[in-house]
Design a protein around this ligand. Structure first.
Ligand code: ASP
Length: 359
């Protein structure tokens, strides 16, 4: 049975989608870097680097490293939320436009900056993606120490999740009168309504174009909260979490990775830009494709729309940029935004969106 696009989205929703852009993003003076909302310092660093003549990928990675090193961002690198066994496993990829090369790592343990390891995969091997123990071994022989990435806050949050997971195990649920302050803060920050169904996330994607029009992209994440050990999301998958074509542009994603992998969203967004679409519209069209092809009942809300959040970010060779989200607001009611920087500085802008609502 085919599900018509009209049925899923409603004609009004589709027609209105392009109009739901709070502020039309003008073409800006290159260099430009665009990223997920957690990347304000990252885009600032990336543009600064490119203005100083740094390669766009080195600038993108240096920007993302700031977020990977930050223990307060619990969705990327050090301090990331662990998998269901309490182990932090990181995914990342990098793509370099001028040389059309890429590198990636998945389920990598013990390295704060998986993007740096991904770049070494790109530069020093015949491969593109190394995973798990193989990625760890590669990091070790390249001089990366095996560090503990689990912060105390992330450990407490994981333990709390574990204790609340089931009535049918030997873990007792903590007394609500004595919740740990770190855990309380985390629940509030993330707007959980059901402790057994935590919504994830985060991740950082950053796409950059330098003054000459050379492009690069980079994505880094600790993945979905409490994922199964070994689960790999979209972030390290070239063509999904990130895709860069030096003739056209660069794009990437944050949010439910499984949905992105199914449409090869990073690549699709770049292909829409190749057809002449503005980066913002290209991101919206990829979100439309995801909404239209999400058919499993468990992934749809009562209105037949995706019951998960996902966002895309893109920049083209000319320096036009955009960001778009499946839903207008996050689960705590905050307007979805993205970060952008150019020669005039770094700022947050409201993301375009496909549907009004929280997710
Ligand atoms: N895209 C990431 C993943 O699926 C998670 C996220 O961005 O929330 O691993």
């Amino acid at each position: 049975m085919t599900i018509s696009r009209r049925k899923l989205l409603g004609t009004a929703a589709v027609a209105a989608a392009a109009a739901r852009v709070v502020k039309a993003a003008p073409a800006t003076a290159r260099p430009v870097a665009v990223s997920s909302a957690n990347g304000l310092r990252a885009v600032e660093r990336a543009v600064k680097g490119m203005m100083g003549g740094e390669d766009p990928l080195d600038s993108a990675i240096a920007g993302v490293n700031i977020v990977e090193d930050d223990p307060t961002d619990m969705t990327v690198g050090y301090g990331g939320i662990p998998n269901e066994e309490g182990v932090v496993q990181l995914d990342a990829c990098v793509m370099h436009g001028p040389t059309a090369r890429a590198g990636a790592v998945a389920s990598l343990e013990g390295v704060k900056n998986p993007t740096r390891v991904a770049k070494l995969v790109m530069e020093t091997t015949d491969h593109i993606l190394l995973v798990g123990p193989g990625a760890r071994h590669f990091a070790t022989v390249n001089g990366f120490a095996n560090e503990n990435l689990l912060t105390e806050k992330a450990r407490k949050v994981w333990l709390f999740w574990k204790q609340n997971l089931s009535d049918n195990d030997k873990w007792l649920e903590p007394d609500p009168a004595h919740y740990d302050p770190d855990v309380k803060a985390f629940i509030e920050e993330n707007g959980w309504d059901d402790l057994r169904k935590p919504k994830s996330g985060g991740t950082i994607h950053l796409s950059a174009v330098n003054a000459r029009g050379d492009l690069a992209g980079c994505t880094s994440t600790s993945g979905l909260f409490f994922k199964m050990p070994g689960r790999v999301g979209d972030s390290p998958i070239i063509g999904a979490g990130c895709f860069t074509d030096n003739d056209v542009g660069s794009a990437g994603s944050t949010g439910r990775g499984e949905a992105n992998i199914l449409v090869s969203g990073g690549h699709l967004t770049v292909e829409f830009m190749r057809q002449g679409k503005h980066p913002r519209d290209a991101c919206l069209m990829t979100l439309e494709r995801i909404a239209r092809t999400t058919r499993e009942k468990r992934l749809l809300n009562v209105a037949g729309r995706p019951n998960f959040g996902i966002r895309f970010y893109a920049v083209n060779k000319a320096g036009q940029y955009g960001g778009a989200s499946m839903y207008s607001h996050n689960s705590t009611g905050k307007r979805r935004q993205f970060a952008v920087a150019d020669s005039s500085g770094a700022r947050m802008e409201d993301a375009a969106f496909l549907f009004e609502g929280r997710m």
